[in-house]
Design a protein around this ligand. Structure first.
Ligand code: ZN
Length: 346
């Protein structure tokens, strides 16, 4: 079958398009095999190519964490699905038996796996996933949108709704608008009726964010974001910060965060090590939170919003599978505004 693969870690030159990848087989009676129509990439896919500490890949590893397609075959124990169903994936899967899973907190599962990282990925003609990871594509939603949706929207949903508990009237500062998680966070914040303040190094992206409803925008290359935020809020600061950048933004995030503020991080694309003055943390009574992926309840709620048409991910560009490396290069460039989709078949 056709697939985008890596056989060693390194730069994007490791990404190889092949037409000779072995077809994945059903390995349990709860597996589902899906004929792929589209995939999408996320920052995690760049980390997989570079190499994630402690995560091993087998040569010919199929990459990609997001995708959508049609059910091609399935194990005998799979219920509620039939051959031909249009489906997308929860990129995360878990054992469904540990105490975290039973409490509905699948992303905390000790056996949690992400497609393309711990399991072979989505950028191929066929992919095998557990039935529990398979969700129906809402009627009328295109393959590109279905593939672009899950990872970034699920991540943002958990950050904004479940972790930060954003409510109407909150001011939420979102770093780096243009990335999938930041854009989904903007949409979810606006949907709640809170105010979304966003940053970018590109004035063009900030204009696009305003068109999507951003209430204030800051160019973090030319402006002191924390200073501007404090000026606009009468020195109070914002209620919530959504940060996936890490090292480069942490200090500014905390300077912009008001009393009783909540900061949620889902990653450190600029580097992992940050510094926090505990005196400011306790005095301002901050909550600093981590978040990753999401559970079934969160994905179900996000998909309902997609079905209603008010949480549709903007798409930056679509590349054919053969040009998958160019899609990764666009992600690495940081020039994108919206999801980068890879079309597997028409
Ligand atoms: Zn578990």
């Amino acid at each position: 079958m056709r697939a985008l693969t890596i056989s060693a870690h390194g730069g994007l030159e490791q990404l190889t398009y092949t037409e000779d990848a072995p077809e994945p087989q059903l390995t349990s009676d709860t597996d589902v095999r899906v004929r792929m129509y589209a995939g999408a990439i996320n920052h995690v896919d760049l980390f997989v190519v570079a190499g994630v500490p402690g995560v091993k890949i087998a040569p010919g590893w199929v990459v990609g964490s997001d995708g959508a397609g049609v059910v091609e075959s399935m194990g005998s124990a799979v219920r509620n699905l039939k051959v031909g169903d249009r489906v997308l994936f929860n990129p995360g899967s878990s054992d469904r038996t540990c105490e975290y899973c039973l409490a509905g907190e699948m992303p905390l599962c000790l056996k949690y796996q992400i497609l393309g990282e711990h399991r072979t990925g989505t950028l191929a003609d066929l992919v095998v996933v557990p039935a529990a990871s398979v969700w129906a594509v809402p009627p009328g939603v295109s393959w590109e949108t279905a593939a672009a949706f899950p990872l970034a929207t699920l991540t943002a949903w958990r950050m904004v709704v479940s972790r930060a508990r954003v409510h109407p009237g909150d001011i939420v500062l979102i770093w780096g608008i243009g990335g999938g998680v930041a854009l989904a966070a903007l949409q979810i914040v606006k949907r709640i009726g809170a105010k979304a303040w966003v940053t970018s190094s590109s004035d063009e992206k900030l204009a696009m964010a305003r068109a999507m409803g951003a209430d204030a925008t800051f160019n973090h290359k030319t402006q002191d974001v924390a200073k501007e935020v404090r000026a606009l809020t009468g020195k109070k600061g914002v209620n919530v910060v959504i940060d996936s950048v890490g090292e480069a933004t942490w200090k500014q995030s905390l300077l912009a965060l008001g009393k009783l503020g909540r900061l949620v991080t889902c990653g450190g694309t600029s580097g992992p090590m940050v510094e926090t003055d505990v005196r400011r943390m306790f005095w301002n009574q901050w909550t600093l939170m981590g978040s990753t992926m999401g559970n079934d309840e969160e994905l179900g709620a996000a998909l309902a919003a997609l079905r209603d048409g008010d949480l549709v991910p903007p798409i930056d560009s679509v590349f054919p599978l053969e040009e998958g490396r160019a899609a990764y290069a666009r992600m690495q460039s940081g020039q994108h505004f919206g999801k980068i989709v890879i079309k597997v078949r028409d």
